[in-house]
Design a protein around this ligand. Structure first.
Ligand code: B12
Length: 259
């Protein structure tokens, strides 16, 4: 059987046309976004250049100097930011993105094992990716950070029907609900969820994130609290656990996320 961990994806997916013709090479684009620190840079490059075989060893090396949460945010996510840029410019295609995402996932799993989380009893959070949307990388990162901050998480996965979210919220009564949407065609699930919760008299902060949404959009429906980065999750949820309702979190959002 083929051992995929030994496959050199970078060589298979290499775009020779880009290497020959492009004014800016992937390496030049990456250099503008990648971290400067050599250990973090190596991990981020493993994601960008699909070095599936090296990512675990390099992640381990980075964790000798940095906390696992830092390796996620400053290396693995940064690598994926470069991938998103290359995809946006038409340099990477979907197969590249999928292999890069797998490499990042391998690193994240290793970091998660090394996060010394408190007992997960501080509060209950339900996470989901909007109906019709398969993009779950950001949601998974946010979940790792929430768990490591001591919150119990219920992961509904991706492409979750609105009705399933409503049912689970009614059953589990979480302290906070979160949603991720990266496609403009899926983000309308959020106002539908919030309006139907409001009709049932259920209120809680509903943290919404992902490239398709922005703060103005999320604040246009009841309960919506915007998050730009996964690292803001524990901070925003912390306020909910301190007894702040969604209106107060929204009104003090700038101060809260700046810490
Ligand atoms: C990776 C990727 C994929 C992967 C997804 C793998 C996966 N498991 O997620 C694959 C290859 C499967 C994919 C498929 C498609 N994709 Co795609 N994909 C991307 C890409 C390149 C990167 C997205 C990503 O993971 N970014 C990195 C993560 C970390 O970012 P993030 O999710 O936003 O999360 C951050 C924050 O939002 C926040 N966050 C997110 N969730 C949460 C939750 C909480 C609680 C908190 C606090 C914070 C938080 O924290 C994170 C950072 O700290 C983007 C391009 C882009 N510029 O975003 C396109 C993109 C999202 N895809 C796009 C499209 C169109 C598609 C396809 C329809 C393409 C196609 N023609 O088939 C298909 C989907 C088909 C389907 N319906 O099933 C479009 C969407 C356009 C739009 N505006 O609607 C984009 C923008 C590309 C583009 N420029 O056209 N894709």
């Amino acid at each position: 059987m083929l051992d995929i961990s030994s496959v050199n994806y970078d060589a298979i997916f290499r775009r020779y046309d880009i290497l020959v013709e492009a004014k800016e090479k992937p390496e030049d684009i990456a250099a503008k976004i990648l971290p400067k620190d050599a250990l973090l840079k190596k991990v981020a490059e493993d994601v960008v250049f699909m070095k599936y075989k090296d990512v675990e060893a390099d992640t381990k090396a980075a964790m000798e100097k940095y906390k696992p949460e830092e390796v996620i945010e400053k290396a693995l996510v940064k690598g994926m930011d470069v991938v998103a840029e290359l995809y946006g410019r038409g340099i990477y295609y979907l197969p590249h993105v999928m292999v890069c995402a797998d490499a990042m996932d391998k690193g994240i799993k290793l970091c998660e094992k090394n996060i010394k989380g408190e007992r997960q009893t501080k509060g209950k959070i339900i996470l989901h990716v909007a109906e019709g949307d398969p993009h779950d990388i950001g949601k998974n990162i946010a979940m790792v950070l929430l768990r490591s901050a001591g919150y119990a998480t219920i992961d509904m996965g991706r492409d979750v029907p609105v009705v399933d979210v409503l049912d689970l919220v009614e059953k589990e009564k979480p302290d906070v609900l979160t949603g991720t949407a990266l496609m403009t065609t899926t983000m309308s699930a959020f106002p539908r969820i919030s309006e139907r919760l409001a009709e049932k008299g259920i209120e809680m902060p509903f943290i919404c994130a992902g490239g398709a949404v922005n703060r103005a959009y999320v604040e246009s429906f009841p309960m919506g609290v915007y998050a730009e980065k996964a690292a803001q999750g524990p901070v925003l949820v912390g306020k909910a656990m301190d007894g702040w309702d969604w209106k107060k979190i929204r009104s003090k959002w700038d101060d809260v996320v700046k810490g």
